[in-house]
Design a protein around this ligand. Structure first.
Ligand code: IMP
Length: 203
């Protein structure tokens, strides 16, 4: 089957395509004629994921799924969470800049450490929303780990250089995509999506 993945992030497309069986082909937003920025204005990851998928379904009449992801850090009360993409924007005047976002996370964690809170545990949470013939279905993927002191590694994207998953000694940015894709939040959500489509005999 063909299905639109409602994202403009080439790294997300690369990860999800590599984790999909060959009988599911992704259609890009460009291919369906959607070139505008899709709104993400709700206060939750679940809400933004649904908002993006419904936007595409309602405006382009295409079956599709969207991903929304956040990094939730224990010592920061779950922040950056739903604000992950633009965490540093208001403070340093950047626009969705991953390096600035990571710097701010590390600075805020340092401040917490000075107050005695040295907990660096965190999780990535992804929520996929599939809209199939107007019906919504959500699939969640969570991976737990910790935030390290310095960005390390060149692969991946976003906050990957500062996140080490539990049970590993290296960051997501030090892993080849094939390794990140075995364990990541997005890989877990992708597996759930594929299982669901298989059950419906859609693939
Ligand atoms: P969004 O889901 O595109 O809104 O992403 C929110 C923020 O999380 C952005 O800053 C992304 O770069 C970051 N992000 C999303 N997925 C990942 C990931 O798999 N690893 C690291 N950062 C991510």
């Amino acid at each position: 089957m063909k299905i639109c993945f409602a994202t403009n992030n080439p790294k997300k497309i690369e990860e999800v395509s590599a984790a999909l069986p060959s009988n599911i082909q992704l259609v890009s937003l460009k291919e369906i004629g959607c070139t505008e920025e899709i709104p993400e204005t709700t206060p939750t990851i679940e809400g933004n994921s649904e908002q993006k998928a419904m936007y595409v379904y309602e405006n382009y009449n295409e079956n599709c799924f969207a991903d929304d992801t956040g990094l939730e850090i224990e010592a920061l009360g779950g922040e950056p969470g739903v604000h992950s993409a633009m965490y540093a924007d208001k403070i340093v005047g950047s626009y969705r800049d991953s390096n600035e976002n990571m710097k701010l996370v590390l600075k805020n964690l340092q401040e917490q450490a000075q107050k005695g809170n040295t907990d660096r545990s965190a999780q990535f949470k992804t929520v996929f929303t599939l809209v199939l013939d107007g019906e919504k279905h959500q699939f969640e993927g969570i991976i737990k780990g910790k935030i390290i002191e310095e960005p390390t590694g060149k692969d991946g994207f976003g906050y990957d250089p500062i996140f080490i998953p539990n049970g590993y000694e290296k960051t997501f940015a030090q892993m080849p995509l094939s390794e990140k894709n075995k364990i990541s939040h997005r890989a877990i959500a992708t597996r759930k999506l594929v299982e669901f489509l298989n059950k419906l005999n859609k693939v």
